[in-house]
Ligand binder design. Structure first.
Ligand SMILES: O=C(O)CCC(=O)C(=O)O
Ligand SMILES: [Mn+2]
Length: 197
């Protein structure tokens, strides 16, 4: 069985406290946030957090189509920093704003066919520390968590989404906001799986 360490690498302090606070403030004030509804078992629900998207390409996710959208200048700078650090290109980023500990994200894997499986997903956290839970796809008893601190980078390596699901549960103790940015590489001309013979 895969270990967490094989598929995930955690780097605290990837951004300095000043860098992360500056970016958190800028993004909290930016007019980028939406609260779309997604379909879960046939019913539509507003997502329990706010979301934004920036990317060079379309992305289909949980029944939503996110169109190409201009990059916020500070997020663009971070994309360049990450591309240099990880030696791989990123053409999109999904941002989540957890306004308080009540906002959350349920169990899922970022395994849409559009996502380039040979690329890592780079996850940057700003603001309140929250627990990122992991469970192995085939072994639900294997469960771990990583505390994602302000300014940290979590690298989800190629293959991680095929082996693990992740979630960010609500936290009663946490009142402060948190923003997470997941930089992704999406295939430009995805073969649509429904079109395959
Ligand atoms: O907020 C987080 O740390 C996780 C976000 C996430 O899983 C996602 O955007 O797909
Ligand atoms: Mn995810």
């Amino acid at each position: 069985m895969r270990s967490v360490e094989q598929d995930f690498a955690y780097q605290p302090g990837f951004l300095s406290p000043v860098q992360s606070q500056t970016l958190l403030k800028a993004l909290l004030q930016a007019p980028i946030w939406n609260q779309p509804s997604i379909q879960v078992f046939g019913h539509w629900h507003p997502i329990p957090r706010l979301q934004a998207w920036m990317g060079d390409v379309h992305y289909r996710y949980a029944g939503l189509t996110l169109p190409p959208t201009p990059w916020h200048p500070q997020v663009q700078q971070l994309r360049e920093h990450l591309s240099t650090h990880l030696q791989q290109p990123f053409n999109s980023v999904l941002l989540n704003l957890y306004r308080s500990g009540q906002d959350k994200m349920g169990w899922h894997a970022d395994d849409e066919p559009e996502l380039d499986r040979t690329a890592a997903i780079a996850s940057i956290s700003l603001g309140a520390m929250r627990a990122f839970h992991l469970r192995h796809q085939g072994h639900s008893r294997s469960h771990s968590k990583i505390w994602l601190e302000d300014g940290s980078l979590l690298i989800m390596r190629p293959g991680s989404q095929q082996h693990w699901q992740h979630a960010l549960p609500a936290s009663r103790r946490c009142q402060a906001p948190r923003i997470n940015l997941t930089f992704r590489h999406i295939n430009i001309c995805p073969p649509h799986h429904k079109d395959l013979p």
